[in-house]
Write a protein that binds this ligand. Structure first.
Ligand code: RUQ
Ligand code: CUA
Length: 629
């Protein structure tokens, strides 16, 4: 009986316990659900509504830039930069083909929005090509590349780029690899430590047109020791006039750098005083090497200083007020905050602990303000509008939030997985917008439907308005965003055009606007065509040439209606261009294949889009009547 009672009691207790557990579980689940609803609402942009920010992701070795909206994280478009892109016909017409210079790809890492007084002004977007030492400028008026500068002489691995100075006076560059200078010289790699050099450079930007220049009269380079330069940031406010770059391999080692370049306890941040450099340029204290001005710090004291930084540093970021320079050593668990004022004082007091090829090394203890215990593998730092900094932790897969001034870490959020860069809207300006931080992650496994071994890249949108960071959304892109910048959408609202207005935006001398001006003109072996595209025909619709003729087609889309694009593809001639409303593009090729080749419109433009076609007739060499096998 006693035994039975015990069993009944046991069952009862178990039941009550289960009920309690079950009861306390229920609100748990609901809380999770309501958190998800909250997150969903925070990122939801209802149909017809617009996002608050534009996000410009670098596309890495895709050579592109991806544009998304924040907070929806929806991909809006891709801007082809260093790579031909059939969707927009980029790299197929004469102008963009020439701009690409024969390269079929680039490695785009760091987009930089142009600035006026240290704030994004919505005029241009710059981006580097790490592989082929180039920089591109995109006009935000039409989201198209207007200039690709380079390969720039003497550079080798344009990674520490692009960062702009406060008024876009310069776009800055630092080389990742060191080579013998002048570039093109041969020196055995055994002489690396003595005869190889790094280069940091400032490309001059025309304040009106945005044109980038580096030649015997514009921009300049600084000869540096054979370190590996990594990332940079331009000073602002009090530190305007300076640029800061991290560098690793202060060992000047070659071979397996993983081992050989991790010997020293500290590497450096190079601080370059470009206003001082400008004085030397005026005095003619430079050498022309490969057609560009190069300053040797040995002969130009005061242009460069080195600040010791934790081993193998990666990111360096200047705070919105320009007072703090944050340098992160990726093999440490702290990030170092340098005090710009203290740096100036140390320079004044000649508080040096040594030199590297004539460049003074400042005493670490004299320039450092704080070491913030952020966590493992700090890479990059962004800032918000409330005096907080956010540092990405690669090894720890997290973001640390810490306070400027008190240097305490106040929050941490795990990331999935392995964060590289991070981006706060307007985050590189004097006035960050705050609100969100976007984590740009290196791996994405398990966060999406599987698509085989090649997985997309992942980024995560995080709310930073409260005390605690909150994960809102996972987004995916093609390979391979490194960095991103985001600008308030209203800054572009009145700047972006959707139609090239006849005679205003389209000043191409080969534009024609009326069907009666369409014509085919032969000059020797060159056939030049002035053609229009309009719903739903090409005029002329027939081009007759002889095999071997050079063909030049100037194609104008005479539409003045938004979103009315036409394409122009010639079958089997590898020609594919797209003309936006009011745009003119020139196509050049040699008609080396005889026969009859239809051309057609590739962009669905009207109910009669399929009818929009014509013929390229190529008479064979032996004469029109000769049948070809
Ligand atoms: S890098 S993950 Cu090319 Cu900007 Cu830091
Ligand atoms: Cu024009 Cu389809």
């Amino acid at each position: 009986m006693k035994r039975q009672l015990q069993i009944v009691l046991g069952i009862l207790i178990t039941f009550v316990a289960v009920a309690i557990v079950f009861h306390s579980c229920k609100p748990g689940k609901e809380a999770v659900k309501s958190e998800a609803v909250e997150a969903a609402l925070a990122t939801y942009v209802p149909p017809g509504d617009l996002d608050e920010f534009y996000l410009f992701y670098s596309g890495g070795h895709s050579g592109n830039i991806f544009v998304a909206g924040i907070p929806s994280m929806r991909h809006i478009c891709t801007i082809p930069v260093f790579t031909p892109y059939p969707s927009t016909g980029y790299g197929f017409d004469a102008e963009t083909k020439k701009m690409l210079g024969g390269y079929t790809w680039g490695d785009a890492h760091h987009p930089a929005l142009s600035e006026t007084n240290g704030d994004y002004d919505g005029r241009w977007l710059f981006i580097n090509d790490n592989a082929n030492n180039r920089i591109a400028r995109i006009d935000l008026k039409d989201f198209k590349v207007k200039q690709i500068l380079g390969p720039i002489p003497n550079l080798s691995g344009n990674h520490g780029s692009t960062f702009v100075t406060e008024n876009t006076e310069y776009v800055t560059i630092a080389t990742r690899f060191s080579v013998p200078i002048p570039k093109g010289t041969y020196v055995p790699v055994e002489e690396y430590a003595k005869k190889y050099h790094g280069i940091v450079a400032l490309v001059e930007v025309d304040p009106k047109t945005g044109e980038m220049r580096m030649d015997e009269k514009h921009g300049f380079q600084v000869l540096m020791p054979p370190f590996n330069f990594d990332l940079g940031d331009a000073g602002k406010g009090p530190s305007h006039g300076w640029v800061f770059w991290t560098c690793y391999n202060s060992e000047r080692a070659t071979g397996i750098l993983e081992i050989t370049a991790s010997q020293n306890d500290r590497d450096y941040i190079a601080a370059v005083n470009w206003k001082k450099a400008e004085e030397y340029l005026k005095q003619g204290k430079y050498k022309i090497i490969n057609g560009v001005r190069v300053i040797d710090p040995k002969e130009a004291p005061g242009v460069v200083y080195l600040m010791p930084c934790a081993k193998s540093p990666h990111g360096v970021d200047v705070s919105p007020d320009g007072k703090w320079i944050v340098g992160s050593g990726k093999l440490q668990s702290i990030t170092t905050v340098y005090n710009f004022e203290k740096m100036l004082k140390a320079i004044e007091n000649k508080d040096f602990v040594g030199e590297e090829d004539g460049i003074p090394v400042l005493r670490y203890e004299s320039v450092r303000e704080a070491e913030v215990p952020v966590g493992l593998g700090p890479l990059h730092t962004q800032f918000d509008d409330k005096g907080y900094a956010y540092t990405s932790l690669f090894v720890e897969s997290a973001i640390a939030k810490w306070k400027l001034g008190t240097w305490e870490v106040v929050d941490k959020i795990p990331i999935a997985y392995n964060i590289g860069h991070l981006c706060v809207p307007e985050g590189d300006t004097k006035h960050p917008a705050g609100k969100y931080v976007i984590a740009l992650n290196k791996l994405s496994h398990g966060r999406h439907l599987t698509v085989g071994p090649s997985q997309p890249e992942a980024s995560q949108l995080i709310d930073i308005t409260g005390e605690k960071m909150k994960l809102l959304y996972d987004a995916f892109t093609e390979p391979e965003p490194h960095y991103a910048q985001a600008i308030r959408a209203d800054k572009l609202k009145d700047k972006v055009i959707e139609v090239y207005q006849k005679g205003i935006d389209n000043k191409d001398p080969n534009a024609i606007w009326d069907e009666k001006d369409a014509k085919v003109v032969r000059k020797g072996n060159t056939v030049e065509v002035w053609m229009i595209a309009v719903r739903s025909r090409f005029q002329p619709w027939k081009i007759e040439v002889n095999q071997g003729d050079k063909v030049i087609i100037h194609l104008t889309n005479i539409e003045q209606t938004t979103d009315e694009l036409h394409g122009f593809a010639i079958c089997e001639y590898d020609i594919n261009v797209v003309v936006d409303p009011g745009e003119t593009k020139t196509i050049e090729f040699v008609a080396n294949k005889p026969g009859v080749y239809p051309f057609y419109c590739t962009n669905f433009c009207s109910a009669l889009h399929q009818e929009m076609q014509g013929y390229l007739l190529v008479k064979p060499k032996g004469g029109a009547g000769v049948a070809q096998k």
